[in-house]
Structures are given as C-alpha cells and as structure tokens.
Design a protein around this ligand. Structure first.
Ligand code: ATP
Ligand code: MG
Length: 263
C-alpha cells in the first residue's frame, strides 16, 4: 500500500514543486512505484514532469469533481520514471465548485482510494495556500513533508502550518503526522541560515532530514527541459541531495514498519 505524502508549505516559492518532482524521480530511480499528484492550478509539477499542461483534456480537476477516475487522468512521466496526475489552471475553479459539495474535504482521498494498491508512494504537490485543495491533500495523506528555506520569516510561517495540521488531525485525519522537514535552497555560508537550521533541529529533532538541498542552478534549469534533475544532471549536488533524501525516507519508513530499510 502506498504511503501518501503531502508536500506542503503555504509560503510561495519555497521549493515544494522542486522537492515533489525530484523526490518522485529519486524514489523511482531507487525502484519504487511512484504517483505524483499535481494539486496546484499553476501546474508547475505537470510541466516539470514533461507534460504539456495547456493541452490536457483530463486533469485533477475532473478527479476532484468526480467526473473521472484516476486511471483516466493518469499520465506517464517518461522524464521522471513515475506516474502523474496532472493539473492546469482549470483546477482553480474546483475550490468554488466544491464549496457546497458533500464531503468536499475528502474528494482527493476518495479519488485515490483505489490507486493506493498500485504504488509505494503517492506524493502530492500542494499550492502555496492553506485552502480547500491543501485541506484535501492533508485529509488524504498519511504524512506531511515540509520543504523549508532557512530564513527568518520561514519560522513564523511554520507555526501557521503546524496549527493547520493540528486542526486537520482533530477534525478530518486523526493519524496525520509530520514525516519530515527538509532544508532546501540552503546556503551554509549564511549565518542566519545556520541559526534557523539549528532552531528547526531544536523544534523538530529527528524529523529534520539529514539531507540538505543546496541552492543549485541545475535544480532550477531542469524543469525548463521537462526533466527531473536526475535525468538532467545526475552528478549535480541538487540531484545527489534529493537521492539522499529519498534513501533517508525509505530508511525511516522501514524503521517505522519494522523492515530492513533495503526494500
Ligand atoms: P509555489 O509556491 O509557487 O508552488 P514552490 O514552493 O513549489 O513554489 P518551486 O517552484 O519548487 O517552489 O521553487 C521556486 C523557484 O526556485 C523555482 O524557480 C525553482 O526552480 C527554484 N528552486 C527551487 N529549489 C531550488 C534550489 N535548491 N536551488 C536553486 N533553485 C531552486
Ligand atoms: Mg509549486
């Protein structure tokens, strides 16, 4: 059964999509079956996975409205070695259309129910907001992965996110946990970044990944070629960091389920 991870941070431009796409590609390259769900009307994860977002006839939008099932919407990302449920700007309408719908927070969960048996991991790339789309991701997920830039305001925003996670846990998804905080776009020559990183470790302890994703131009270039950084430049520091993160994730999961960490 798939472990479902929501990659969330309501702050914009912090590396959610870069993490979602490259973690998906890294897990795939380690032999895992991965489904990436683009839950952002910006459709950045769709483009970065090599799909043409304007020409899609079926997207996550149809899935949330119950008009299609996941198998009809699913594409293959040859560029990443994973499956993709794509999105485009049409998804922005879902929020309004679902306002009065029954079980509107559970739409994604219901849609992915049958997909779980086919995958080891389902990763959900969330939009930069704590809106109904993000609530759907948090209701559906087993765990949250938080990409963090180590800046002063990031810590402030984190408190809001942690509160939202608590509310979702209380009302909609009692088993939701934080599986990890990953430091991204990290510059270790920056003393503030070091300081924020220390604060994160003090607060989240072992939930902070040892893998640190540096600021790396290859990560920013890869999506313009519709490639994951693994295909674009596997030797780059960015690719190596996401591979390390993927290995760590597998190890944590193996410890949690009593396995060997090799699976
Ligand atoms: P949004 O909130 O708009 O969805 P996001 O949180 O998904 O944004 P990304 O799109 O992943 O953030 O990243 C924002 C920008 O930073 C992009 O141009 C991306 O290519 C670049 N970027 C992300 N991570 C890195 C990195 N480690 N090094 C260099 N550039 C990066
Ligand atoms: Mg994004």
């Amino acid at each position: 059964m798939a472990r479902i991870l929501a990659i969330t941070n309501q702050k914009g431009g912090v590396g959610k999509t870069t993490t979602a796409v490259n973690l998906a590609a890294s897990l795939a390259s380690l032999g895992k079956q991965v489904l990436l769900v683009d839950l952002d009307p910006q459709g950045n994860a769709t483009t970065a996975s090599g799909a043409e977002k304007q020409s899609l006839s079926k997207t996550v939008y149809q899935l949330l409205l119950g008009a299609d099932n996941y198998a009809a919407v699913r594409l293959r990302s040859e560029a990443g070695g994973f499956d993709l449920l794509p999105a485009n700007r049409e998804l922005a309408g879902a929020e309004i259309e679902l306002v009065d719908a029954k079980q509107r927070e559970f739409r994604l969960k219901m849609a992915l129910d049958k997909a779980a048996v086919e995958y080891d991991f389902i990763l959900i790339d969330c939009p930069p907001a704590l809106n109904l789309l993000t609530v759907n991701a948090l209701t559906c997920a087993h765990a949250v992965l938080i990409p963090m830039q180590c800046e002063y305001f990031a810590i402030e925003g984190l408190a809001d996110l942690v509160n939202t996670i608590k509310k979702i846990k209380a009302r909609l998804n009692p088993d939701l946990v934080i599986d990890g905080v990953v430091r991204v776009m990290f510059d270790n020559r920056n003393t503030l970044a070091q300081h924020v990183s220390d604060q994160l470790k003090a607060h989240f302890g072992a939930k902070v990944f040892d893998a640190v994703v540096p600021r790396n131009v290859r990560l920013a270039e890869a999506p313009s070629h519709g490639l994951s950084v693994l295909q674009y430049d596997r030797a780059s520091k960015g690719a190596q960091a996401y591979l390390q993160m993927a290995r760590e994730l597998l190890k944590k999961q193996a410890i949690a389920t009593g396995g060997t960490g090799r699976g």
